[in-house]
Write a protein of this length. Structure first.
Ligand SMILES: [Zn+2]
Length: 349
């Protein structure tokens, strides 16, 4: 049986690394532009090419979407549609991340941005059954004070239940992570989980910095860890997850081609590899598509997909506290031992 994108779609999947601003549907962005009297963006302006110059070039491709995500109705619509798209792809749990400070150009406060996204995501979660959590992003290329304000916003809103973690995103190639140590300390003391983009545009020293200076519990991408055996050993021993995003990793030149992607080697070396999308538009993909590509490239089958799903379950920012049937049960039913008959039949369905 060939595991095509269509066959993989009904399987219950977990998404840990997805940027809201990289997910706005191209057609929605065009409608938002027309409604606001702005020139509608072409597909080429919102979908990053198969290979950008580097990570910074990839990040710049999201600017056109950001131009349109500056008021509450636009933010709410895109937030809702992301969850709908996840549901259509068989995703049962998703962590959606965004940088509230990027949506304040027309006067929204960061709190208003967060309230808008949180409400729309919660409504869409209730309507679709996709369980969701939010991660707030500090950005390396912004002043540390902004990152600290994002951390404080996350801590202040954590008791409401949706905001669960702080992330450090942005231009890793040109900016260090260590200056954001205070922001991550605020997050830790305030009960937020911590994930850091590292080992995407720079090598193992950047991952080391994320662990030692920022207390990262997960590494965004982390694909360049392969150059450092001692670091690989530590990440494996500590059970830290790598949030790999195969197609995006080729786009940003973190890896040269999919054939060069270390997901397969890292999984076989015993690291907690997870597979994610990064975006649905800037990176034009879905989790089913990412999985199908890994099948085509590395021959992955249900055993590998069960493994990455288990890794995501164990390292997600939200721990299950629900009465059954909860997410843990839904996933465990489909994936008891990896290539179970139930999982196979779900694939055929
Ligand atoms: Zn990312």
């Amino acid at each position: 049986m060939t595991l095509t994108e269509t066959r993989l779609r009904p399987l219950p999947k977990l998404e840990l690394h997805l940027h809201l601003d990289g997910c706005a549907r191209p057609a929605t962005l065009r409608e938002l532009a027309v409604e606001r009297g702005l020139p509608p963006p072409s597909d080429a302006e919102v979908i990053a090419p198969p290979q950008c110059d580097d990570l910074r070039d990839y990040i710049l491709r999201i600017d056109r979407a950001l131009d349109l995500l500056q008021d509450a109705p636009a933010l709410a619509r895109v937030s809702r549609e992301v969850v709908e798209d996840l549901a259509d792809d068989g995703v049962v749990y998703a962590e959606i991340r965004f940088a509230p400070q990027l949506h304040t150009r027309l006067g929204l406060s960061m709190q208003a941005v967060l309230d808008t996204v949180a409400e729309a995501v919660a409504e869409a979660s209730a309507a679709t059954g996709v369980e969701t959590r939010l991660i707030l992003c500090a950005l390396r290329h912004q002043p540390v004070e902004v990152g600290e304000a994002v951390a404080e916003l996350g801590v202040a809103n954590r008791p409401r239940g949706q905001v669960a973690a702080l992330d450090l995103a942005g231009d890793e190639g040109r900016f260090e992570g260590a200056p954001f140590a205070r922001a991550f300390d605020l997050a830790r003391r305030g009960g937020l989980r911590r994930t850091v983009h590292a080992g995407e545009a720079r090598g193992p020293t950047s991952i080391r910095e994320a662990l030692d200076s920022l207390g990262a519990e997960r590494i965004g991408h982390g694909v360049r860890i392969v150059g450092d055996a001692a670091l690989m050993d530590e990440v494996r021993r500590r059970g830290l997850a790598l949030e790999t995003c195969p197609t995006s990793n080729v786009q940003t030149r973190a890896v040269r081609t999919l054939a060069d992607h270390p997901a397969d080697a890292l999984l076989r070396a015993g690291l907690r590899v997870t597979v994610n999308c990064d975006g649905h538009t800037a990176t034009p993909t879905s989790l089913s598509r990412e999985w199908a590509r890994l099948t085509g490239q590395f021959g992955w089958n249900l055993t590998e997909f069960a493994a990455v799903t288990r890794h995501a379950r164990r390292t997600r920012v939200h721990r299950c506290g629900h009465a059954p049937p909860c997410l843990e049960q839904r996933v465990a039913d489909a994936w008891p031992q990896g290539d179970s008959l139930r999982a196979v039949s779900a694939c055929r369905g």
